[in-house]
Design a protein around this ligand. Structure first.
Ligand SMILES: Nc1ncnc2c1ncn2[C@@H]1O[C@H](COP(=O)(O)OP(=O)(O)OP(=O)(O)O)[C@@H](O)[C@H]1O
Ligand SMILES: [Mg+2]
Length: 386
């Protein structure tokens, strides 16, 4: 039929969609829907022989109508169920949709000429592997075995044949570099990392997050669609209740994730799950064979050795010292600080905790130095309280 609306559906991050839209004028789908609702509510009385004060706008065809990923949450479910009907009645020349629900896509594809564009996610190349190999030790102390096994695990993503994701499980004690390594790999590829911390969800919310709820609720599928990064980080995977494990089978197998509303194809991306399991056996028991066998590789992060912890302390002190102002630096000697902090290597291998302790010690030394320059004056109040 001449004058049919043509539809283009874009799957990818919002920034890319906006780029694709360009500067050409367009109207927001939500604005049009609100205006129509408003018009339906308004009653206009037209007296014969008198010009109407609000004449009906001449029906000029809207050229480009646009909806973004977050817009669908504001549409009523019944509008979504009959979305093709809505578009027919608006009848724009061109409809451009960003990450729409699967049902919307299917309706439009049946009713109107529809094309799909997908964002090319940053891909792992041989160059990335070289950067990974050469940059690893400036980001992380120790974990040499991690570097080797990750290089091997990432290699398949550099081949064109790969169409499904590589799924990794990072496991080991707390604060030894699991999340940091995921950030490092993502940094090499670019794009803000999609990081989901499973401990943040309570069971009831988690079910609708994973399996889909109403369009206005957040969902993993939509987060996957909206992501910018080639890396998907599922942090604290061990904190998810086992009833949710089956939700990941299809994603880990073939890179497809479907919930009640959305369908996502993630292709040859990198999925990193992290956990505090201690051994592969423990993982197998906790996750069950079905899920365990779907990981391409399990990467163990060791507790740091004492010399490694000392190296971390050196780095932490140097970093922190570099951020201080000149007058603060004049009150500290890094080598002295380090020797005060080295005994911590006997007590804690958790770098996150070490970082906090370094901060505390530096603040303490600084505050003491500053206070010692100002003689204490006893006020009557302090005496009263004492
Ligand atoms: N091996 C390491 N070398 C240098 N810095 C490290 C190392 N391990 C951890 N860190 C630093 O310690 C902090 C915590 O590390 P990270 O978040 O990677 O821990 P994690 O292994 O994911 O722990 P958790 O299991 O508790 O999530 C980060 O700031 C990170 O940069
Ligand atoms: Mg972590």
């Amino acid at each position: 039929m001449p004058g049919d609306t043509t539809v283009t559906i874009y799957y990818g991050p919002l920034s890319w969609f906006k780029e694709r839209l360009g500067k050409k004028k367009h109207s927001g789908l939500l604005d049009i829907v609100y205006e129509r609702d408003e018009a339906n509510r308004r009653h206009t009385h037209v007296v014969e022989g008198q010009e109407s004060s609000t004449p009906n706008a001449p029906a000029r065809r809207t050229k480009r109508v646009v909806a973004e990923s977050s817009d669908y949450a504001s549409l009523n479910e019944h509008v979504i169920t009959n979305f093709a009907g809505l578009i027919r009645s608006i009848n724009p020349n061109h409809l451009l949709l960003h990450n729409p629900p699967a049902n919307m896509h299917a309706q439009l594809a049946r009713a109107l000429p529809t094309t799909v564009e997908r964002y090319d996610y940053p891909a792992m190349t041989r160059d990335t592997l070289v950067q990974f190999r050469d940059g690893f030790s400036s980001h992380l102390v120790g974990q040499a075995a991690v570097k080797e096994s990750l290089l091997a695990a990432l290699y398949p993503l550099t081949t064109l044949k790969r169409t499904k994701p590589v799924v990794l499980m990072f496991y080991g004690p707390s604060g030894v570099g699991k999340t940091e390594t995921a950030h490092f790999v993502n940094g090499l590829l670019g794009g803000t990392l999609l990081r989901k911390q499973f401990s943040m969800f309570h069971n009831d919310k988690f079910a609708s997050y994973l399996f889909g709820g109403t369009h206005s609720e957040s969902s993993f599928a939509r987060d996957l669609l909206d992501r910018e990064s080639g890396v998907i980080l599922i942090d604290e995977f061990d904190k998810a209740n086992s009833v949710f494990h089956s939700a990941f089978y299809q994603l880990f197998d073939g890179g497809v994730f479907e919930d009640k509303n959305y369908s996502v194809r993630i292709g040859p991306s990198l999925i990193i799950c992290t956990s505090n399991y201690g051994t592969e056996d423990e993982i197998r028991k906790a996750l069950g064979d079905a899920l365990y066998s779907r990981f391409d590789s399990l990467v163990y992060f060791k507790p740091l050795t004492k010399p490694e912890i000392k190296q971390v302390i050196d780095r932490l002190v140097d970093d922190r010292y570099g951020q201080l102002s000149l007058d603060e630096q004049a009150r500290l000697t890094p080598t002295e600080l380090k020797s005060v902090l080295y005994p911590l290597a006997d007590t804690s291998g958790n770098v996150r905790k070490l970082g906090k302790l370094v901060e505390e010690v530096i603040s303490l030394v600084l505050v003491r130095a500053i206070l010692s320059e100002v003689p204490a004056t006893d006020t009557p109040n302090t005496k009263d309280r004492a």
